[in-house]
Design a protein around this ligand. Structure first.
Ligand code: SIN
Length: 517
């Protein structure tokens, strides 16, 4: 098999951005286990946070990002995200990407949780992810090899160096593909939970294969639950963007009480972890929670996807009440990576949600994830363009994983989701996490020879691996912080200290930081 300069696993915004930036100089191959247009990026509704408006500035955006992230963020990477964001978004716009504008031709900026200002660019109302991934795809589709329906089942390792990927097709055929650099951009792991906003393909594959290859993963306990997933007949139908609350919707219970009143000064636009926990508490009391959209102007045209979803699922819009539950949305942790996507394994890069650069801290602020894909997708590509990539020799035989040839006893996906939701969900505790670990450890997920497994069985072993990492990390962190809330440990006293230290750093750099925890 002819070697490539760069192999990219995944097809969301981070993957497509990196591929586009690389493709004029490097030979790039993208693998996606489903279709290019099946990703979390494609589903993204809200938009892209960027300090593009006159009167806004990247420091204010950085500050909101830090406050939402409990000041656990990597400051340099936050600064890079928020300051470089404007440059990369401007490049996109100059290349032809359209964002919604108002009657006077200005960007129609939205507001979402945690942001003190309107700074969310959106496209097609609530179809931002679809518009962006479609735009990027059309830019690169003739320049990059894109292979759909072929699953990367493991990284190809030569000693401690990643030299490509091992893939499997639906017909069972296994192939080795060599590359000088391999970028994991497979997104997070929302499918580990019963309720999720994620695409069904998001099973933590990238994190699991990086772990098997010996890469460092970090902050795996920080999983964000989006407060508002549309809920009917005991199941989740889809996401109701936080932008709806940005346009005046609010949360209430069945008695008509506004549940965010008195909880946080930003009320319904408080950071997501706080809103999700408040809803969770209501639901635990046996309450029903609704998003009241009575005050949202032009709901059908501003939010066409959500409107359509409600109509198709028989939600009575005349009542202006959308039943909602929180659900898994975003992984703040992941494969440890620097601003150029470099991981702890030579030849291996990670970008987007699968990577942990520390930008999101303990809780991602709304609409920073597409921005992350664009900024760090570009940065990773730029880093690689400056590297002297040497294509490995294909002469050596890859060291194949040692494992059992017979499929192990595996749980169903639904069983994993139930366990994770119960014991590693919005509120966790030590006893539950121990029970979860014991349950996971009965399965032989780390010693499996995936070559004999189906796509689904491989996904299940990956889901078990990532669940195990989440359970272990959640047990290790004996404090509550951001999205990691342990009922047996109080909110960390370190949070205040961290805020003081971060503010001092900014002051020393002579930039003013506003906002409060
Ligand atoms: C939303 O539209 O509420 C989701 C956007 C995001 O996760 O940043």
């Amino acid at each position: 098999m002819e070697p490539f300069d760069v192999i990219i696993i995944g097809s969301g915004v981070a993957a497509l951005t990196a591929a586009y930036r690389l493709c004029s100089e490097k030979k790039v191959l993208i693998f996606t286990k489903s279709r290019v247009m099946e990703s979390n990026s494609y589903l993204a509704q809200g938009g892209i946070a960027v300090a593009i408006n006159e009167g806004d500035d990247w420091v204010a955006h950085a500050d909101d990002t830090l406050v939402a992230g409990s000041f656990y963020n990597h400051i340099d990477n936050v600064n890079k995200l928020t300051s470089e964001g404007k440059r990369y978004i401007t490049m996109l716009i100059e290349n032809g990407m359209n964002f919604d504008r108002n009657a006077t031709g200005q960007f129609d900026l939205g507001r979402e949780g945690g942001h003190l200002r309107r700074r969310i660019l959106h496209a097609g109302g609530d179809k931002t992810g679809k518009a962006l991934t479609t735009f990027l795809y059309h830019q690169l589709k003739d320049k990059v090899n894109i292979v759909e329906h072929e699953m990367v089942i493991d990284l190809l390792m030569h000693g401690h160096q990643c030299v490509g990927v091992i893939t499997k097709r639906k017909n069972g055929e296994v192939t080795y593909h060599y590359s000088a650099a391999t970028i994991i951009a497979t997104g997070g792991c929302g499918e580990l939970y019963t309720y999720t906003s994620n695409a069904r393909t998001v099973t933590g594959d990238g994190m699991a294969m990086a772990y098997r290859a010996g890469a460092i993963l970090t902050d795996m306990e920080f999983i964000q639950f989006h407060p508002t997933l549309l809920y009917k007949d005991q199941s989740v139908i889809g996401l109701v963007s936080e932008a709806v609350r940005g346009e005046g919707a609010f949360l209430q219970n069945s008695k008509g009480e506004r549940i965010m009143e008195g909880v946080h000064h930003l009320q319904d636009l408080a950071p997501r972890d706080i809103v999700a926990r408040t809803i969770f508490t209501e639901l635990e009391k046996g309450e029903t929670v609704f998003l009241n959209i009575a005050h949202v102007r032009d709901f059908p045209s501003r939010f066409p996807t959500i409107y359509q979803m409600c109509v198709e699922n028989g939600i009575d819009l005349a009542k202006n009440l959308l039943p909602v539950v929180p659900g898994a949305h975003f992984m703040m942790g992941g494969i440890r990576a620097d601003a150029y996507g470099r991981t702890s394994v030579s030849g291996l890069y990670a970008v987007g949600e699968v990577a942990c650069t520390g930008v999101h801290g303990a809780n991602r602020i709304a609409s920073n994830s597409l921005l992350e894909g664009i900024v760090f997708g570009n940065q990773t590509a730029e880093g690689l363009l400056n590297e002297n990539l040497s294509i490995p020799s294909t002469c050596f035989e890859p060291k194949l994983p040692v494992g059992k040839r017979t499929p192990p006893n595996l749980p169903t996906k639904e069983e994993i989701k139930r366990q994770m939701t119960t014991f590693a969900g919005i509120v966790r505790n030590g006893d539950g996490l121990h029970a979860l670990l014991t349950w996971i450890q009965q399965f032989d997920f780390l010693h499996t020879d995936w070559r004999n497994l189906t796509f689904k069985e491989i996904e299940i072993t990956n889901m078990l691996t990532v669940s195990w990492l989440i359970a272990k990390s959640s047990l290790e962190r004996k404090e509550s912080m951001g999205s990691h809330y342990r009922s047996d440990f109080p909110v960390s006293v370190m949070a205040k200290k961290r805020e003081e230290v971060v503010r001092q750093i900014y002051q020393d750099q002579n930039v003013l930081v506003r906002g409060t925890v």
